[in-house]
Design a protein around this ligand. Structure first.
Ligand code: FES
Length: 90
């Protein structure tokens, strides 16, 4: 099963492929904040240290939000991404 590591919270969990990253955060007690939960507020912005390719491609709404706020290519919205393989979040 894919392993999700959230370094700042010292969390490392294994989840079934296809699990929403938001669910991983909620279930593991991560400190990542979720306000809108729909990809528009940026509160859940995370920086991916490795495994970017193991997240689902950005949704259209995520692409718009990330580009309008000038986010980096290795940053994603945790409320929009799904886990398909190992991922390390800063
Ligand atoms: S919770 Fe608002 S963008 Fe993810």
């Amino acid at each position: 099963m894919p392993k999700v590591t959230i370094k700042k919270d010292n969390i490392s969990v294994e989840v079934p492929a296809g699990t929403p990253l938001m669910k991983v955060c909620d279930d593991s007690g991560a400190s990542i904040l979720f306000a809108c939960r729909s990809g528009s507020c940026l509160s859940c912005l995370v920086t991916i240290e490795s495994g970017l390719e193991n997240l689902s491609p950005p949704t259209e709404v995520e692409q718009v939000t990330l580009s309008s706020f000038g986010c980096q290519p290795n940053q994603r919205l945790a409320c929009q991404a799904t886990v398909n393989g190992d991922v390390v979040i800063e």
